[in-house]
Design a protein around this ligand. Structure first.
Ligand SMILES: C[S@@+](CC[C@H](N)C(=O)[O-])C[C@H]1O[C@@H](n2cnc3c(N)ncnc32)[C@H](O)[C@@H]1O
Length: 284
């Protein structure tokens, strides 16, 4: 059962008086954390996704292929990408549709549960991230980075986006998907979510990309709440593995873009797109 914990056990820095500035979407909690807080957050998120049910490779099923294709991959140039980074890619499933045109694959993920040597015959190198977010690669190491649903698990998003920009080569691409809503009041346990995850306000995310000198070439809203909710019984292999559901979702997300807000408190406020896909390019 969903249970409210007393504020005494709340996350540091988010007491009743300070929470509003975060829930308003004006600031992103964690973005200004120092080394100790970063280390604590990292330790708590390290196995968070694995523990939500992703640890068992036998039953794990990737649910977002049509979504990724529609909003991100079809907007990439049709060239090959020799060096690809899957940032927070778990088993690497998100890269499968691209495998015919990628060279070496590196996956950065903190969980030990996902590590395996090959992705459908393509060798994969796994690298563990550092709690401070510094990526252990030289500048311009990759031609393509995928980062789907990862930054919102990380505290210092601005810094990590800068790092992703640093390790991307000139003319390289980054494909991102992130929730842009609070995902609830994170001072309390939320069913089906890790302890620390929270969405990233879309204005904040775009500003971080701009500071990292990554130019947005495509942005699209998605994840209209009724689509996954109503579609679940009809799509055993994931609503967003369906092209039709993905297109309907994109259409509804666009139609309700006017109702975007970070933290919704009423049913009406919840009728809005809750995630964004961005394809960005490094031009300098
Ligand atoms: C919601 S899952 C997304 C998995 C996959 N990218 C997808 O499209 O579904 C979040 C992923 O981020 C990883 N993660 C958590 N903290 C991270 C960090 N500090 N650096 C990189 N990845 C991290 C998790 O282990 C998990 O694999």
């Amino acid at each position: 059962m969903f249970r409210r914990l007393p504020v005494a056990r709340s996350l540091e820095g988010t007491n009743e008086t300070s929470i509003d500035k975060y829930l308003s979407g004006a600031l992103l909690i964690g973005d200004d954390y120092g080394p100790e807080e970063l280390a604590r957050w990292y330790a708590e998120e390290k196995e968070g996704y694995a523990e939500l049910g992703a640890r068992d490779a036998q039953v794990y099923e990737y649910h977002y292929h049509a979504w990724n294709q529609h909003h991100a991959f079809r907007h990439l140039p049709s060239r090959t990408f020799d060096r690809v980074l899957g940032f927070g890619s778990a088993y690497g499933d998100e890269l499968m549709p691209l495998l015919a045109r990628v060279g070496a694959v590196t996956i950065v993920d903190p969980s030990d549960s996902f590590v395996h040597a090959h992705l459908q015959g393509v060798p994969v190198g796994y690298v563990r991230p550092k709690p401070d977010g510094i990526l252990p690669f030289p500048d311009a190491s990759f031609d393509l980075i995928t980062c789907f649903g990862v930054l919102h698990h990380i505290p210092n998003v601005s810094f990590v986006v800068r790092e992703l920009g640093r390790v991307l080569a000139k003319d390289g691409f980054i494909a991102l998907r992130e929730p842009i809503v609070s995902l609830g009041d994170w001072r309390y346990p939320r069913r089906g979510l890790t302890k620390r995850e929270r969405g990233i306000p879309s204005v904040f995310l775009e500003a971080a990309l701009q500071r990292a000198r990554l130019r947005v070439v495509r942005k699209s809203l998605c994840d209209f709440p009724l689509v996954p909710r109503l579609g679940r019984p009809f799509f055993a292999h994931g609503v967003f593995n369906s092209h039709a559901a993905t297109v309907i979702d994109a259409w509804l997300a666009r139609a309700f873009a006017w109702n975007q807000r970070y933290h919704a408190r009423t049913v009406i406020e919840k009728i809005r797109p809750t995630a964004v896909f961005i394809v960005a390019m490094k031009e300098v």
